[in-house]
Design a protein around this ligand. Structure first.
Ligand code: MN
Length: 204
C-alpha cells in the first residue's frame, strides 16, 4: 500500500502573515511530498509495504534509515499541518481551556510559562528537528527530537503521546524569518489549533 500526501486542511495562504504562502507551498508540496515519495520507494517490495505508518514509526530503531527518516517525516508533517489553523477561524482559540488548560498550568505554572519553555525547547534543538508537547505518565511534558524522529519512536530519548509538534527545520521558517528561529516560534502561537490539541489531549 503506497502512502499518499493529503491536501492541506486550509489554503496555502491561510496562515499569513505568520507563516507565508511560499513557505507553505514548498514545505507541503515539495518537502512533505518528498518524504512520502521516498518512503514509498524505501518500502517497495519489502514486508514494510504492508505496515501502517504508526507501525513503522513504532519500530524506527530496527528499520532502515530511509524508512525511519521518511516515515517520520510523513507522520510529523501530517501531524503538524493538523495542529495549525487560520488565525481567527472558528476552530482557532488563542489559548487552551478546560482540562488541557488545567494540565498546562499544573505542569508549567501558567500558559505564558509553557509558551516560554516550549519556545526554548525549539530554539535549543541543535540543527534540524522538532519540539513537542507530549503526554507522558498522564502528565504534560515538553521534549524535542532530532531530524524526523518523534516521541512515538522506540528510539526517542523521551517517549510519550504527542499532542502538539512544531517543525524547527530551517525549511519551516527560513524564507520569512531567515536565521531567527525564535521569531518563528513566537509567531507560531497565532496559528495553533488549540481545539485540535485539546482533542488529542482528551484521547491520550
Ligand atoms: Mn518540515
Amino acid at each position: 500500500m503506497a502512502f499518499t500526501l493529503a491536501p492541506l486542511p486550509y489554503a496555502h495562504d491561510a496562515l499569513e502573515p505568520h507563516i507565508d504562502t511560499l513557505t507553505m507551498q514548498i514545505h507541503h508540496g515539495k518537502h512533505h511530498q518528498a518524504y512520502v515519495d521516498n518512503l514509498n520507494k524505501a518500502i517497495a517490495g519489502s514486508p514494510n509495504e504492508n505496515k501502517s505508518l504508526e507501525e513503522l514509526v513504532a519500530v524506527a530503531g530496527s528499520i532502515s534509515p530511509a524508512v525511519r527518516n521518511n516515515g517520520g517525516g510523513h507522520w510529523n508533517h501530517t501531524f503538524f499541518w493538523e495542529s495549525l489553523a487560520k488565525p481567527g477561524a472558528a476552530d482557532v482559540v488563542n489559548a487552551p481551556s478546560g482540562k488541557l488548560a488545567d494540565a498546562i498550568t499544573a505542569a508549567f505554572g501558567s500558559f505564558d510559562e509553557f509558551k516560554t519553555k516550549f519556545g526554548a525547547g525549539g530554539v535549543g534543538r541543535f540543527g534540524s528537528g522538532w519540539v513537542w508537547l507530549i503526554v507522558k505518565d498522564g502528565k504534560l511534558e515538553i521534549s524535542s527530537t532530532p531530524n524526523q524522529d518523534n516521541p512515538l519512536m522506540d528510539v526517542a530519548e523521551v517517549k510519550g503521546t504527542p499532542v502538539l509538534g512544531v517543525d524547527v527545520w530551517e525549511h519551516a521558517y527560513y524564507l520569512k524569518y531567515q536565521n531567527k528561529r525564535p521569531d518563528y516560534l513566537a509567531a507560531i502561537w497565532n496559528v495553533i489549533n488549540w481545539n485540535k490539541v485539546a482533542a488529542r489531549f482528551d484521547a491520550a
